[in-house]
Design a protein around this ligand. Structure first.
Ligand SMILES: NC(=O)c1ccc[n+]([C@@H]2O[C@H](COP(=O)([O-])OP(=O)(O)OC[C@H]3O[C@@H](n4cnc5c(N)ncnc54)[C@H](OP(=O)(O)O)[C@@H]3O)[C@@H](O)[C@H]2O)c1
Length: 228
């Protein structure tokens, strides 16, 4: 049976990814930060398919503790989904507080890369390590200059994954930076043009298709390369 670990799966795209993979017959381990999430609801419906672990991406010790709990497991895919946006996305980078800058960067870059380093070795040969980037992480596509901090965090994540890929050049697993598109979630907001139900099957198709590949790709949910 195929297995995936999804880090940051309590709600939104992460929970929808867990639902999509369980629906396709995969076993899923999903992480949350606290009780009573939509992922817990899914686990109640699919107790044989879905397990829940607890970690916060900003807690390095907890990431390692969960890694130790899962040390004997192997996964076809490890996907690190968790991420945050600052309260006022219209603020310039100089306009956000130091506290907020650190919070967004510590979650979207440092925490995600700690999870990649910790859980990456649990991926089977021929598998995939994916992280949730964003089209807003593209420097080449940044023509309108909003969401400065969020964009900077996802661009930094892309760069950090390029460093990871360089250190593992010529080896599996495949590495994927996913740009899912603008999707209606708490983070994406109500004005986003796409719904989760439409987008998630496409995201999952792209991840599954990367099995057996090597190297790093920055892909949208149609499998197209996003300009760096
Ligand atoms: N929606 C979009 O349009 C869009 C577009 C491009 C990229 N993305 C990316 O997709 C990912 C999921 O976003 P979403 O739209 O599903 O947003 P969401 O509904 O706000 O969900 C965010 C998820 O990240 C988790 N998370 C936040 N901080 C965390 C931390 N410190 N440790 C562990 N988990 C943490 C949340 O857990 P809690 O429930 O515990 O808060 C939740 O599961 C993010 O990386 C986001 O940047 C979204």
């Amino acid at each position: 049976m195929n297995r995936i670990l999804i880090v940051g799966a309590s709600r939104g795209l992460g929970q929808a990814m867990a639902a999509e993979f369980t629906g396709r017959g995969w076993r899923v381990v999903g992480t949350v930060r606290g009780p009573g999430t939509p992922l817990h609801g899914l686990a109640a419906e699919q107790p044989d398919r879905l397990e829940i672990e607890t970690l916060d991406l900003t807690d390095a010790d907890r990431i390692l503790a969960v890694r130790d709990r899962l040390a004997d497991r192997r996964f076809e895919i490890v996907f690190v989904n968790g991420g945050v946006v600052n309260r006022n996305p219209g603020a310039t980078l100089a306009g956000v507080s130091t506290e907020e800058f650190v919070h967004v960067m510590a979650t979207n870059v440092l925490g995600v890369m700690r999870a990649v380093e910790a859980f990456g070795p649990l991926v089977r040969p021929g598998g995939v390590i994916g992280v949730m980037s964003s089209g807003q992480g593209s420097v080449a596509n940044n023509a309108n200059g909003v969401n400065d901090l969020y964009r900077a965090s996802k661009a930094a994540l892309n760069q950090a994954m390029a460093s990871y890929a360089g250190r593992h050049a010529g080896e599996g697993p495949a590495l994927v930076l996913m740009a899912p598109g603008w999707i209606r979630t708490d983070l994406g907001g109500a004005n986003a043009p796409f719904g989760i139900e439409e987008a998630m099957p496409q995201i999952v198709d792209v991840l599954i298709a990367q099995q057996g590949e090597t190297g790093l790709r920055y892909l949208d949910r149609y499998g197209r390369t996003v300009p760096w």
